[in-house]
Design a protein around this ligand. Structure first.
Ligand code: UD1
Length: 423
């Protein structure tokens, strides 16, 4: 087990580079299963979740090789169709192999996933959609088992624009017989990225970037080379970090067009944000002002930013209301912030944050990726040292987080947690 030791007080300054999006590349890797042969993905972040997803694909019979930021996936003519619990429980996104496997092999057996500890995160829309496409889906001994000799196009309405369900259904529909319409589909930039890769593979998709996706199924798809879209959540994390530490940071690779809502909130908080060649600059000179946040599916304010903005508000001038509409219990993080001296009350979907002049460093625990990053940022503005444990969560989503913070002037280091001899 490892932890981060974060000493507060530094003003972040300099340039940081954002790589490809975790939430995109994991699905692009699953999409490779749709075509026999070598698919090449570039701008692949070097993070734990990619390593785990590569292992999921290897156990399905693929060869996966990585060289720097390029991953080559060689998919056999007949992949195996079973994804085991020991891997799936470590990465919820591995459920993305369900759609491609049933479309390609006529059968998929995928363990019910675990993943971040943030709410129930059902799979009912994934299942209902596949059933609409003609699959039989059963749940047995902790596995979802889906089968269909050939999926058939259908009209699917999602109760909620679920990112994962939209992706699974898109991939399944690409090889179905006939036309599928997915209504109330998610429209995150990562969905657009997946649509672009599928289209390059030979899929026929219209309505890309809208909430109605129409997919005309084809007989087969071909492997391609595809560049992963930049990680907007990581880019936004650096923007929040610069704002909280009253810094001056150029976020290279960050795309303002994917970050309109969060960057606008940072401007309201007092930051000056200037788009530039290949990225954007964030400069903050004063204590941030409190900003209210309401999470919603894209283009609304992303739930993944919620812990980061909650953290920002703990040291802001004024009181903010944070409303979480996407995941019902994303508040575990609040208890950790309170350990740092934050004044936060939660009630149902809402958290009220009264800004304090300063936080005070303490040992805290990361419960998921973004909460972990949020605690590190809080540590940067706390007095003294904040010890963040369970940092494997942060490693799942942030490439070289500590090294990049140090390069921007932060006093942060990673250390092994000593054994507890009394255990
Ligand atoms: C993805 C992202 C995650 C982000 C989330 C919302 C990845 C790997 N993860 O997660 O970082 O926070 O989108 O932007 O891309 N739901 C159901 N039934 C379903 C599917 C979802 O009830 O069949 C619910 C979930 O419990 C949750 C909400 O819908 O409350 C959103 O889930 P979804 O959009 O599917 O998120 P993920 O794809 O899991």
């Amino acid at each position: 087990m490892e932890r981060f030791l974060v000493a507060g007080g530094a003003r972040l300054a300099g340039e940081v580079t954002v790589t490809g999006a975790k939430n995109s590349v994991l699905k692009l890797m699953a999409a490779a299963l749709l075509a026999e042969g070598r698919t090449t993905l570039t701008s692949v972040p070097d993070i734990l979740d990619v390593t785990i997803m590569a292992e999921v694909l290897r156990r399905l019979g693929c060869t996966v090789e990585r060289a720097d930021a390029t991953v080559v996936i060689d998919v056999p003519a007949t992949p195996r169709h079973e994804a085991d619990y020991d891997l799936v429980r470590r990465i919820r996104a591995s459920i993305a192999v369900l759609g491609p496997l049933v479309a390609r092999c006529g059968m998929a057996k995928v363990a019910l996933p675990g993943g971040d500890a943030i709410g129930s995160r059902g799979l009912d829309m994934h299942v209902a959609g596949l059933v609409k496409l003609g699959a039989t889906v059963e749940s047995e001994h902790g596995y979802l088992i889906a089968s269909a000799p050939r999926l058939r196009g259908a009209q699917v309405w999602l109760d909620f624009p679920s990112v994962g369900a939209t992706e699974n259904l898109l991939m399944a529909a690409a090889l179905a017989e006939g036309t599928t319409v997915i209504d109330n589909a998610a429209r995150e930039p990562e969905i657009v990225d997946l649509c672009q890769m599928l289209t390059a593979m030979g899929a026929r998709i219209s309505g890309v970037g809208t909430s109605t996706l129409e997919v005309e199924g084809v007989e087969s798809l071909s492997p391609v080379e595809h560049e992963t879209v930049a990680d907007r959540i990581v880019a936004g994390t650096w923007a929040v970090a610069a704002t909280m530490t009253r810094g001056d940071v150029f976020v290279r690779g960050g795309r303002v067009e994917h970050l309109e809502m969060p960057l606008d909130k940072l401007v309201q908080a007092g930051a000056v944000i200037t788009p530039g060649e290949g990225g954007f600059r964030v400069v903050m000179e004063s204590r941030p002002k409190a900003v209210d946040v309401v999470t919603l599916p894209y283009p609304g304010f992303a739930t993944d930013f919620q812990p980061l903005f909650l953290g920002l508000n703990t040291v802001a001038e004024g009181t903010a209301m944070i409303t979480e509409n996407v995941f019902e219990s994303r508040w575990m993080f609040v208890n950790e912030l309170v350990r740092l001296g934050a004044d936060v009350r939660t009630d149902g979907h809402h958290a009220v944050v009264r800004g304090r002049a300063r936080l005070s460093g303490a040992p805290v625990t990361a419960h998921d990726i973004r909460a972990g990053a949020g605690l590190v940022l809080a540590g940067l503005v706390a007095e003294g040292v904040t010890e963040v444990s369970d940092v494997q969560h942060v490693d799942r989503g942030y490439e070289g987080f500590v090294e990049k913070l140090v390069a921007l002037g932060a006093d942060v280091r990673r250390e092994q947690v000593p054994d507890e001899p009394w255990l």
